[in-house]
Ligand binder design. Sequence first.
Ligand SMILES: [Ca+2]
Length: 335
Amino acid sequence: MNFIAVAVAVVLVLSGCTAGTSGEPGAGAEKPKPSDQIAKALANVTSVHPSTGMTLLEGPVVGPDGDLYFVDVTAPPGAPKVMALDVGSLEKRTIFTDGTSAVTSAQFSPRDGRLYLTDYLGTIISMTPEGKDQKVFHSGPVNGATLHADDISFDRAGNLYVTDAAGAQEPYWKPQGRLIRIDGTTAEPTVLADRLASPNGVAFTPGFDGLWMSLNTANQIDYIQLTDDGRGVSTAHPAIHVSAGMGQIDSLAVDADGNLYVGFHNRAAIIVFDATGQQKATISIPSKEGEIMSATNIAIKPGTKDAYVTASGKGGGWIHTFTALAEGIPQSNGG
Ligand SMILES: [Ca+2]
């Protein structure tokens, strides 16, 4: 398969192909709430790739060594697709690359401590934090359809709850995405829900009693309760409708107080909701026009309020920092 075509397709899929907004704070805004913040630039870690015309960072996760791991979805073959940044010295190193994949997220499993990468083309691989001992965890269609794997949330036992973002280029009224459980031990997939409007983010609540899932083409966040064995859906309802305008919601993260952090495409901001659906804060990413067009996801270093955002646009791929509203837990670190 032609990688550039794939990468461009992924960009179109993930960006929604709409015009960007500046994300500049202040313009026309009401007086900020005390919790509103402007993120600080930590490091410019990638540039726009000439062959794909994009760089698109995602999947931030603080590793066991304290370094920040992240992915570049649109990196061309052989270019760094997963990198780790020493947030002190700002030195970065390549963890993973290959010739075909479009890596959409990264997260460490609580079961084996390995780094799991989702590939939008349908594969999930795992490796050591150093990128060694690479193993295919899942590949191939699920119930006859390609798994367009986007984000992962692990349960306590290390089973994977994966969004299948299929339909991201289709109108929302042609929903074809899915929520899929993949057993952490056997890698057996189970479709929990289908006909969804391109699911993207997924994150358990602090007590693992519920699951938030964002629908990228519907700008809606659903709340799901699973059956006791985690292999089925008990209840589900639309919980939060996000007024994103020309933006589209992306990944999700949950902190120790249950606050829900929502990333965006075509908007340079993270919005934070509480579990009742009330908006608590906006984290704005400073950007000149078009320089930063997405703020896809965050990671909060577990046990601290040190938070990182993956932000991208014509100005390259950036890591920004902000102070989280509460401490980080596994549900706010990666995926
Ligand atoms: Ca995502």
